[in-house]
Write a protein that binds this ligand. Structure first.
Ligand SMILES: Nc1ncnc2c1ncn2[C@@H]1O[C@H](COP(=O)(O)OP(=O)(O)OP(=O)(O)O)[C@@H](O)[C@H]1O
Ligand SMILES: [Mg+2]
Length: 357
């Protein structure tokens, strides 16, 4: 088991700065996710850790050993690629044995290790099948077995669930987590799905345009986003521009339009000046529908645009002044019909995040 340290890692492809000064450490045995939108540099980062790509600058260390320019087969990292990259003309067994052959492991030991790896991913008995005759979920597990059979110090997974349907995705996600815990292996997991990252990870790095925006535990990233990008990407938050109208002991009043002023609770991290331009972020689940007569701060009349039921939650959109806000309610909460009279929403002042513009 290894820790992985990235020291000021950058990667430039011609004009494109694919990865820009990443600098963090992943502890031994940790499940660490790289989370961000398409094109933000996740695969490039993983490929540099695996040795398929070399950084333009910076250093990569596994424990105290520098590996920045080592070839992949010399750094003992197992990788599951974004598209699985199985060999279609080979059986399950041959696919999994591939890395052992490349490492010149003796035949009888190869057999033992492949069979063990297949059992670990619940594919015992399928060794002789051509991989083309497997379901998507089974192929994904062959790719996983191929990565763990070399007994890597580090497991690298690039969007391993993206080709699976929803139910299989959840099952396989739980299997990956269980396997990772059982083997205690340092794991770096790439995803653009915040739910996956929050569920699986010990720590997460949120990336945008090659730059690391925040590193933290799922709770830190979700509860205390450091900027509007993280708030929007991880919490699907509503992001609004405003101006500080007044500051008092409880917090401040921020106007987002001429007739909508939001009360925002005091935060330690930001003490804006009067008239400062700020960005506010509000999670969809922090907005509630309330009756007009309720006596709370931040109750506003709003137009309800759209309501969508999706099992346990109800997603809707309301207009508040000139802004459209996403609202998420639990199925058992009362959500008004679009077009009803006197629709009011409430936002808890402590649930509004305020950022310097
Ligand atoms: N070999 C390459 N040559 C030139 N540009 C590249 C190369 N590989 C990646 N890029 C560029 O670097 C940036 C980061 O790409 P990368 O594949 O790391 O993104 P990603 O976060 O994995 O995206 P996705 O979620 O779509 O897989 C993109 O702008 C991409 O076009
Ligand atoms: Mg990618």
């Amino acid at each position: 088991m290894s820790s992985v340290s990235l020291h000021h890692i950058s990667k430039r492809f011609g004009e494109v700065m694919a990865v820009d000064d990443l600098d963090f450490e992943i502890g031994q045995g940790q499940f660490f996710s790289l989370l961000g939108p398409s094109g933000c540099g996740k695969t490039t980062t993983l490929r540099m850790i695996a040795g398929f790509e070399f950084p333009s600058s910076g250093q990569i260390l596994f424990n105290d050993r520098e590996v920045t320019y080592l070839k992949p087969n010399l750094r003992n990292a197992g990788m599951v690629f974004q598209n699985f990259a199985l060999f279609p003309h080979m059986t399950v067994f041959e696919n999994v044995a591939f890395g052992l052959q490349a490492r010149k492991v003796e035949r009888s030991e190869q057999e033992d290790r492949v069979l063990t790896a297949l059992i670990q991913v619940d594919l015992g008995g399928l060794g002789t099948r051509p991989v083309t005759q497997l379901s998507g979920g089974q192929q994904q597990r062959v790719a996983l077995a191929r990565a763990i059979v070399i007994e890597p110090e580090i497991l690298l997974l690039d969007e391993p669930l993206s080709n699976l349907d929803t139910k299989l995705r959840e099952e396989t996600r739980d299997q990956i987590k269980e396997l990772q815990k059982r083997l205690g292996i340092t794991t770096i997991y790439v995803t653009h799905d915040q739910g996956e990252a929050l569920t699986l990870s010990d720590r997460i790095a949120v990336m945008d345009k090659g730059v690391c925006q925040q590193v933290g535990t799922p709770t830190e990233i979700y509860r205390s986003p450091v900027n509007p990008f993280v708030a929007r990407f991880v919490g699907n938050s509503n992001v609004l521009s405003g101006t500080v109208e007044a500051i008092d002991a409880d917090g401040m009043l921020v106007s987002i339009s001429s007739d909508v002023k939001l009360r925002v609770a005091r935060t330690e991290s930001l003490l804006p000046a009067p008239q400062a331009s700020v960005t506010l972020s509000i999670r969809p689940e922090s907005i509630q529908f309330v009756s007009k007569t309720v006596d709370l701060p931040n109750v506003f009349s709003a137009d309800l645009q759209r309501v969508r039921f999706s099992g346990s939650v109800i997603d809707s959109e309301v207009t508040l002044g000139s802004e459209v806000l996403r609202v998420k309610s639990l199925a058992e909460e009362t959500v008004p019909e679009p077009g009803s009279a006197d629709i009011c929403i409430h936002v808890d002042p402590a649930q509004i995040y305020c950022f310097d513009k």
